[in-house]
Write a new protein. Structure first.
Length: 474
């Protein structure tokens, strides 16, 4: 008796697969030719030399990614928040600069009371007094300059923090974009697999109505069809999730077209020697990126200026002062009022004689913070060195995995080609071909995921040596 192809497929299905997830992957393998394999051989690849620092970052392999990254730097909620922080530090600098300018204050007083005196009659008296004072620093022992330097250091600190935050943000955009591309391809495979399963179910239904297959076999294929539907729903949910992430990170809604129009190019893998050479070059340097170094320099300068100011607390501050007083005097012998105006100018001295050793406490706090910053910086350098070693090892492992899985996929592809060339003379049965197709598709998907991990690890290594190329020059 001759059994139809789908009958053979059904009775062998459980032996081929050990889990529902593997079952779903088999349906993916039923697609005639995977989009992944076609894209791996795309001639429109963009290869960047490993000697070029730009090669650390995925956007140089995916041209559609760079516009999204640049938009996210200015349009995303995170970018808007960081911009507001920078505006705050600019205001602090403007406030520090006002110390050098004239400060003008006015004071007025109007009081009334009942005065009792022996030389005149008792009665109600009024007092009117106004005073305008202008003051400008002459010599404050460098404390004003120190406060301005602190404000500028805070701006440098905020700039470094903003840059580091945006670097993390851009790395997240890169990852979500690459994951969205992978999810898009999984949706395509899931749609194809569901269509094949639907056709198989229709054929089995006719065979069941004709009494050529049992009810148990028909139910088995129905279960397989339900699993294919679940696979499609899961793939579409993942794709929708990645797209929502990307929209939020970029700051606009119309990003799906750029994802749909992009395929994976062929990516040149660095050799083990190149990876280790870059790791050694980064490791032999300062091990701190420009932004991290800028951050510690700014915090260090702030505390050094605090010490400078604290040491000069007990020195007299010299100011230039001018003023104008105006009051009204009542004549004790009559009801007439006499207006008096007094203008003056000169030098005033503000001298803190004793403040309960507050300045000494401020100096002690600043010195303790400097010691803490020194320890933090040493720890950060050790962490960076360990991270470099870890990333170099991970990149070499990624490269080895990609090479191994790609060679296996090439062998499986050659098996399928031989089966097609030999036709009826091939020793590969329909079931064997399904298994080979399944393994081939699975290897291609593994290669795709491994390449994404490789690109992300490469970007992390690059950020230890360079500022993110998407960030505007400071």
């Amino acid at each position: 008796m001759t059994f139809p192809f789908w009958f053979v497929f059904s009775i062998h299905f459980r032996r081929m697969l050990a889990s529902r997830s593997t079952l779903a992957v088999l349906l993916l393998g039923l697609a005639s030719t995977s989009a992944l394999s076609a894209q791996d051989g795309s001639p429109d690849r963009q290869l960047v030399s490993a000697s070029d620092p730009r090669a650390f970052f995925p956007e140089h392999y995916f041209p559609g990614l760079e516009p999204l990254l640049r938009e996210s730097v200015t349009q995303s909620p995170n970018a808007v928040f960081q911009q507001a922080r920078m505006e705050e530090t600019e205001g602090q600098i403007e406030r520090a600069e006002t110390q050098y300018h004239w400060q003008v204050n006015a004071y007025g007083r109007y009081v009334g009371g009942y005065e009792m005196r022996e030389d005149i009659d008792n009665g109600v008296r009024q007092l009117v007094y106004t005073n305008v004072i202008g003051r400008r620093p002459l010599y404050h022992w460098g404390k004003l300059d120190a406060r301005k330097d602190q404000a500028e250091a805070q701006r440098a600190l905020a700039s470094a923090d903003v840059g580091l935050a945006l670097q993390d943000h851009l790395l997240q955009v890169r990852e979500v974009y690459l994951r969205a591309l992978a999810a898009k391809e999984r949706v395509q495979l899931a749609d194809n697999s569901l269509e094949i399963a639907r056709k198989a179910l229709d054929g089995y239904e006719r065979l069941y109505d004709a009494g050529q297959v049992s009810e148990a076999q028909f139910l088995e294929l129905q279960i397989q069809y339900q699993e294919a539907e679940e696979l499609q729903v899961s793939a579409r949910r993942e794709y929708a999730y990645r797209m929502n992430q990307l929209k939020q990170l970029v700051g606009r809604e119309d990003v799906e077209a750029q994802v749909q129009a992009t395929d994976f190019p062929e990516i040149e893998l660095w050799s083990q020697e190149t990876i280790e050479e870059w790791g050694e070059r980064i490791r032999s340097g300062e091990l701190l990126g420009d932004l991290t170094e800028q951050r510690y320099d700014a915090m260090r300068e702030t505390e050094e200026k605090n010490i400078y100011i604290a040491k000069r607390t007990y020195l007299p501050d010299v100011n230039l002062e001018v003023g104008l007083n105006n009051d009204r005097l009542e004549d004790i012998n009559s009801d007439d009022n006499v207006m008096r105006t007094y203008a003056y100018g000169g030098v005033s001295i503000d001298w803190t004689i004793w403040d309960g050793w507050r300045a000494k406490a401020d100096e002690r706090i600043a010195r303790a913070k400097l010691r803490r910053l020194e320890m933090e910086e040493r720890l950060k350098r050790r962490q960076n060195a360990n991270q470099i070693d870890s990333l170099v090892e991970e990149l070499n492992f990624n490269r080895m995995q990609i090479d191994s899985r790609q060679r296996r996929a090439d062998l499986l592809q050659r098996q399928l080609q031989l089966a097609d060339e030999l036709g009826d003379r091939s020793e590969m049965t329909s079931l064997d071909r399904l298994r080979t197709q399944l393994n081939y598709e699975r290897q291609l998907q593994d290669v795709r995921d491994l390449r994404i991990n490789y690109l992300l690890n490469l970007a992390k290594l690059g950020l230890l040596a360079f500022n993110d190329p998407i960030l505007p020059e400071s």
